[in-house]
Ligand binder design. Structure first.
Ligand SMILES: [Fe+2]
Length: 373
């Protein structure tokens, strides 16, 4: 019987181009000017679509910084929760109704939710249909609109991956459009954009990169390039989080690179035990992804002992507190729901614990792990 992990990565597409460094956001002006000129020369419309995290809404300079001009579309994205397929469909329908059918680019500026939304909108504008039709692997048939990603927080690695996470309330499926066409054509990594991220959020999100890579390196599905990306990501995270101040300009640039490399790592490997348990916290208790991972680390001493020690050393060093006790006194039905929502993640759990992972992760054992959180 073929191992379920053997369907892993054989062909990888990376981000087309990227800028890195303080003030590199300014490069967007030249990039969009070139795309607009090319469109005009072909007699095509030259407008762009900007999808921006609503955090930037009160900032009147946002439009100027993004090279927005009259005739472009600017939509602020609610990042309270991960996007549903319905929300993506409504956004696309609104853009089409307003006449934005063939933009020169879709620019997504924000965290993972905003960048994933930009990727999905870009693909739907050229492929048509509904978002749910493309949840899965290689279902997108046509290249999307030129995609530009501008991360404003570091860690999840959405800027580097070939997917865009969406939840489908009808089917209960949380799955992205895994496709070569879901990769950004251009990414701008400007560490000045992460200067105002609140400390706790900066830590939780940054640790997503670290946790992706400790899970990948401890797994049974391994390959040389994934390992190389993972090792350097962990290396950079150590430099950032074991220093006195994780948010100096140099550390913000390091973490931006760690996030990108961590995204490349996870695109060629699998996560392990932390992410499935964290997904359980998200689905059952509504806990957000990155803080959820950190909460799960409370129960990981037996599974990732070295990373467990290092993680808590980093949290202490940065004086960041991780929520505690959120699963201590739940009823049996809720523990069962947490168990179901966690153990359904077959690939990462096989990667971490082997094909018979359910013999290890019994209801009693999983309940015990959640109680430790
Ligand atoms: Fe993650």
């Amino acid at each position: 019987m073929a191992n379920i992990l053997d369907s892993g990565v054989k062909l990888v597409r990376n981000v087309g181009r990227y800028n890195i460094g303080a003030s590199s956001l300014g490069e967007l002006h030249g990039l969009l000017a070139r795309l607009r000129t090319e469109a005009s020369q072909k007699g095509e419309p030259a407008y762009a679509i900007f999808l921006v995290d609503r955090y930037f809404k009160p900032d009147s300079t946002t439009g100027d910084r993004l090279a927005f001009r009259s005739g472009d579309a600017l939509k602020f994205i609610d990042t309270t929760d991960e996007p549903t397929t319905d929300e993506i469909d409504s956004l696309v329908a609104a853009l089409l109704q307003e006449g934005y059918t063939k933009p020169v680019a879709v620019v997504g500026m924000g965290g993972g939710i905003t960048m994933d939304t930009a990727k999905a909108v870009s693909n739907l504008l050229t492929n048509g249909g509904k978002a749910a039709q493309y949840q899965g692997w290689d279902l997108v048939k046509l290249p999307g609109i030129f995609k530009v990603g501008i991360p404003t927080i570091s860690g999840t690695g959405a800027e580097a991956t070939r997917t865009c996470v969406m939840t489908n309330p009808a089917s209960g499926l949380k799955l992205g459009m895994n496709s070569d066409f879901t990769v950004f054509d251009h990414v701008i990594m400007d560490p000045e954009l992460t200067a105002t991220v609140p400390r706790d959020q900066y830590f939780y999100t940054g640790m997503d990169a670290y946790i992706h890579c400790i899970e990948a390196l401890a797994g049974s599905y391994r390959n040389a390039i994934g390992d190389a990306y993972s090792r350097e990501t962990i290396n950079l995270c150590r430099q950032v989080f074991l220093e006195d101040d994780m948010q100096t300009p140099a550390n913000r640039e390091r973490l931006m690179v760690a996030s990108y490399l961590g995204g490349c790592a996870i695109a060629t490997s699998y996560v392990g035990l932390v992410h499935p348990l964290s997904a359980g916290l998200s689905v059952v208790l509504g806990v957000h992804h990155c803080v959820g991972n950190c909460i799960v680390m409370r129960a990981m001493a037996d599974y990732y002992p070295a990373a467990y020690d290092e993680f808590w050393q980093m949290a202490e060093r940065q004086r960041v507190s991780v929520p505690e006790g959120i699963c201590r006194n739940l009823d049996d039905a809720t523990y069962k729901a947490l168990y179901d929502a966690s153990t359904m993640h077959q690939k990462p759990l096989t990667n971490a614990l082997g094909e018979n992972y359910k013999a290890i992760l019994t209801l009693e054992k999983v309940t015990d792990l959640f109680r430790k959180m």
